[in-house]
Design a protein. Structure first.
Length: 256
């Protein structure tokens, strides 16, 4: 796949966030960075790992050393300092065309962290289809909606990412119906594949050996989706069009 090194779009900040733990935030952050590294110069990608578990840091520093990785854990002891550092880092990258900053966030309900997330360009919100994950996910989306409404903001774009989806699941109309009153779009689904779970041992060679075509295709499709709709500004164009109902259809009826 050819790397596009002529992207003149303004720098984008993408937060991978959800108050719920275990929904795949670190997995999505890692695989998105790896997928984008095939579509754009990897040196233009920065991953900020704010999760104390260091999953993204440990994996990417081995698998993709050409991607910039910063470890700034947001915990009660370091919250104020490291949130300020993340803010500063994002602002420094605002004027670098063709760059993207991916922020892997921890689970929890830190209001200052969510205020920071609301300052981003896009929020990727992974969730399974289970009610145990969808309910807190909806609450998180509702809080983001309120912030956007309070300040009359169109950003950040909120993209729900169906994750750990049963193999063969193609109909997401129930999720679309449940989220129809929120200002969100639904991205391509990521299936619940054993090869994805293997990567959690932190050894990149295990992922490469055990992953199959389905897992790689899912993440490549997701990377292409983010490049087209987020990095290249397609979401901005959709939101600026007048016929809102038509704009929702491509996302509300996702088929994979």
């Amino acid at each position: 796949m050819m790397v596009n090194d002529k992207n003149n779009e303004p720098a984008k900040s993408i937060f991978v966030a959800n108050v719920k733990g275990g929904v795949g935030k670190s997995t999505l952050s890692i695989m998105l960075a790896r997928s984008l590294a095939k579509l754009m110069p990897p040196q233009n990608i920065t991953v900020i790992d704010t999760d104390l578990q260091r999953t993204a840091t440990e994996f990417l520093t081995v698998s993709n050393p050409e991607i910039n990785v910063e470890f700034l854990p947001i915990t009660p002891a370091f919250e104020n300092t490291n949130i300020s550092l993340v803010q500063q880092f994002i602002k420094q990258n605002e004027f670098k065309t063709g760059h993207v900053v991916i922020v892997d966030t921890p689970a929890g309900s830190s209001q200052r962290l969510w205020n920071l997330v609301a300052e981003g360009y896009c929020v990727l919100i992974p969730t399974t289809l289970s009610n145990a994950d969808l309910l807190p996910t909806e609450n998180f989306i509702r809080s983001m909606d309120k912030v956007k409404a309070r300040y009359s903001k169109s950003l950040p774009h909120l993209v729900v990412c169906p994750n750990k989806i049963p193999f063969g699941q193609k109909d997401f109309s129930l999720m679309a119906e449940r989220l129809k009153n929120h200002d969100v779009v639904i991205g391509p689904a990521l299936r619940d594949l054993a090869s994805v779970r293997h990567f959690y041992n932190g050894r990149t060679e295990s992922w490469e050996k055990k992953s199959d075509g389905n897992a790689k295709n899912d993440f490549e499709k997701f990377g292409s989706f983010v490049q087209k709709y987020v990095l290249n500004g397609k979401l901005d164009k959709i939101y600026n069009e007048k016929n809102v109902e038509e704009n929702i259809i491509p996302f509300g009826k996702v088929k994979n």
